[in-house]
Design a protein around this ligand. Sequence first.
Ligand code: PGA
Length: 248
Amino acid sequence: MKRKLIAGNWKMNGSLSANAALVQAILSGLSQRAAHCDTAVCVPSPYLAQVQGLLAGSGVSLGAQDVSAHEGGAYTGEVSAAMLKDFAVRYCLVGHSERRSYHHETDALVAIKAQMALAQGLTPVVCVGETLAEREANQTEAVVKRQLAAVIHAVGHCVSELVVAYEPVWAIGTGKTASPEQAQQVHAVLRAQLQAASGHADRIRILYGGSMNAANAAQLLSQPDIDGGLIGGAALKPADFLTIIAAA
Ligand code: PGA
């Protein structure tokens, strides 16, 4: 059976002192009770070195929140996959809805980012999800399949090295969570698509994200096709993050 993955997405939050306190609290919680799942924190780029140091030897993996679609060169402000690898980054979010909406990232660009991450041996966490308007127009399946298809097409035989995160846009940071049934339904669709592409989708982890918290995690994580969580707000609260890890 594959291990679940609980990944925190800190977004643009943190400071040297806040990060140290947060990581210390998480590690001390984990030392009291071994985690039965894989865990990671996806931190803002300037703090990669700091958090790499804080996590050393802990078993909690380091993640990044984005990666450049370019290998290197004159791309002011960008961070390459090779640079992330220098800091022992293991996971890299690609196509988070905040990147898609505020930075106009297209399916094609997200696919290239996933390729870049894979080329450096990082695991891309490919985020897909529909807006409220798309859900209300019954387009949820079509939207998430289109988003995932672009990445599947680009990465070819590496599909089984992906992690996928289903994050309904209307549930992110809103306190509105998809019901376990709603989430499971979409996860099953994504699983079938991954199965068709890879032949062994049972090995690929599909995370749920969108207001997952200490109170609703257990129910979501008990669904057959939910293999973990991508946690925003609750990942900044050590007690809540630890409760979610325990639920997994
Ligand atoms: P949230 O964010 O848990 O705060 O809804 C999840 C995410 O954006 O990855």
